[in-house]
Design a protein. Structure first.
Ligand code: NDP
Ligand code: 8X3
Length: 246
């Protein structure tokens, strides 16, 4: 039986890698994102397996329309689209950048999940959500990004309660540093800053996370991974910050 995954954020990084990994295993992919040219490239690369879906996760009307108009069954919703605002302390941060992240990472994710649940229930399917280690471990300049990812983690756990008895599985995947376009976006296009962050530390790759997603998606149907946290070996914790009197 051919299975179908709707992947948000399939134009780059983890989403594109997951599309390739699942397509290689025979899945059909509905590949969503804002950049139509990249979706087209993916469709040309992977052939008939891919249906491109130009979708801005901040556009709730477009989400509702897509959920109604998409043909065929959906077995997996991979809620991967997301971004982090720049790492300014909240008191210095640009409010529009913060609400952009909240609208994309939280509101859009909830709206799309809600709209697709009836079809996922029909198939006894699965929802895999991309949270982050930032949901659990605080760092300076991460307040809003981390809070969106903590939302995603808790949303995933609570959704399992709503779906009790339906057979639908829900997983929160929580990676640490993965080298993608994530830091390029976070820094407003600063390639040097992105390169510096990931240099000489063997970050995880998008393919690492795609393999994990594939593993979770193909586990036996009686088994639910609730949360799954991964880090590169080179990333750990640096302890508490302490401010001292001048
Ligand atoms: P990338 O920047 O490489 O990819 C992000 C994807 O999200 C792109 O395909 C982008 O597509 C999509 N996206 C962003 N905003 C919107 C929007 N408004 N509407 C639709 N799609 C949108 O980053 P990653 O692959 O690293 O990130 C994927 C997920 O993994 C994110 O949720 C991120 O928070 C999470 N994550 C990443 C980690 C990392 O270290 N890289 C670690 C932990 C979690 P487009 O611009 O074409 O719309
Ligand atoms: C991003 C992971 O470690 O860069 O979600 O905060 S990290």
């Amino acid at each position: 039986m051919t299975r179908t995954a709707l992947i948000t954020g399939a134009t780059a990084g983890i989403g594109a890698a997951a599309a390739r990994r699942l397509a290689a295993d025979g899945w059909r992919i509905i590949a969503a994102g804002r950049r139509a040219d990249r979706l087209q490239d993916l469709a040309e690369e992977l052939g008939d397996a891919v249906t491109p879906l130009v979708l801005d996760m901040r556009d709730l009307a477009a989400i509702a329309q897509a959920a109604t108009e998409l043909p065929g069954p959906i077995d997996l919703l991979l809620n991967n689209a997301g971004l982090a605002p720049p790492m300014d302390a909240l008191q210095d941060a640009d409010l529009a950048a913060l609400t952009n992240a909240i609208d994309t990472n939280v509101t859009g994710l909830v709206a799309l999940t809600r709209a697709l649940l009836p079809r996922l229930i029909e198939r006894r399917g699965a929802v895999i959500n991309l949270s982050s280690v930032a949901a659990t471990y605080p760092y300076r300049g991460g307040a809003v990004y981390a809070a969106t990812k903590a939302f995603v983690r808790q949303f995933s756990l609570d959704l399992r309660c709503d779906l009790a008895g339906t057979g639908v599985r829900v997983t929160s995947i929580e990676p640490g540093m993965v080298e993608t376009e994530f830091t390029l976006v976070r820094t407003g296009g600063d390639q040097a800053a992105s390169d510096a962050l990931y240099s000489d530390m063997d970050p995880m790759t998008a393919d690492d996370i795609a393999s994990t997603i594939h593993w979770v998606a193909t586990l036996p149907p009686h088994l639910n991974i609730n949360t799954l946290e991964l880090m590169p070996v080179s990333q750990s914790w640096a302890g508490f910050a302490v401010t001292r009197k001048a």
